[in-house]
Write a protein that binds this ligand. Structure first.
Ligand SMILES: Cc1cc2nc3c(=O)[nH]c(=O)nc-3n(C[C@H](O)[C@H](O)[C@H](O)COP(=O)(O)O)c2cc1C
Length: 221
């Protein structure tokens, strides 16, 4: 099948986007409104950008009425009416239900921390709290918001942030700061309402050395 994306409905494009680009890491983003109300929501259009400086991005799309999601309202720069700050909290198995529940569309100012019962812990460098249970959390200052279709339904927004502080559970890392993926037990998002676990893995060296290896002996626990 060959598809011209411009001939699809936006919803169909969305279904293909989230079904093809898998698995996706999930940023559980905590923010605070300028009035001081906390907010928590998951975003799987999320990734690291670079390590010098340490930068991340996530993408809160516009709502069906073209308005901005609460997280974007809060995280956008002060010059645009937000606080210019957000925390990316880890998404892991032990609170998988709460991650999905925090996608509930509450009215602006109502907190998904209260809905899910997840506790906050204070951040060190910024105002939005982090998720107390998160095995890692990155405190971020918003560098820029890039809008691909401002004011339109499902238009994309890229929030670029600089990580100004890192919280990480000592038990997750060795002395070189290599993270143990089995201990982290991260979850990722697939299409529809499906998720992926990260407990099954295989190791492969990068570059031509990979071709000398036997085919992956999956799954490696
Ligand atoms: C696992 C998961 C990942 C999601 N990823 C995104 C995403 O990348 N972008 C987006 O706009 N919405 C995403 N959503 C939907 C938002 O979380 C949802 O619209 C949420 O209500 C937004 O909250 P807010 O208005 O408090 O910011 C995702 C939902 C789930 C359950």
């Amino acid at each position: 099948m060959e598809i011209d994306p411009d001939r699809l409905a936006a919803r169909e494009r969305y279904r293909l986007l989230i079904g093809c680009i898998v698995p996706r890491p999930i940023a559980l983003v905590s923010t605070i409104s300028p009035e001081g109300r906390t907010n928590l929501a998951p975003f799987s259009f999320f990734n690291g950008v670079g390590s010098d400086p340490l930068t991340v991005l996530f993408c809160p799309a516009n709502k069906p009425d073209g308005s901005e999601k609460d997280t974007l309202r809060n995280a956008k720069p002060v010059s645009e009416g937000g606080t210019g700050q957000f925390v990316v909290n880890a998404s892991v198995e032990s609170y998988a239900r709460e991650i999905a529940a925090s996608a509930e569309e509450l009215s602006y100012g109502e907190s998904e921390f209260e809905l899910t019962g997840l506790a906050t812990a204070p951040s060190l460098r910024i105002r939005p709290p982090r998720l107390a249970r998160a095995p890692w959390a990155f405190e971020c200052e918003t560098l820029q918001v890039l809008r691909t279709n401002p004011g339109h339904a499902l238009g994309g927004n890229i929030v670029l942030g600089r990580v100004v502080h890192i919280h990480i559970d000592d038990a997750l890392v060795d002395s070189r700061l290599v993270v143990d993926p089995a201990k982290l037990a991260a979850v990722g998002r697939l299409g529809g309402i499906s998720y992926a676990l990260t407990r099954q893995r295989y190791d492969m060296p990068p570059g031509r050395d990979a071709l000398t290896r036997p085919p992956p002996d999956w799954p490696t626990p």
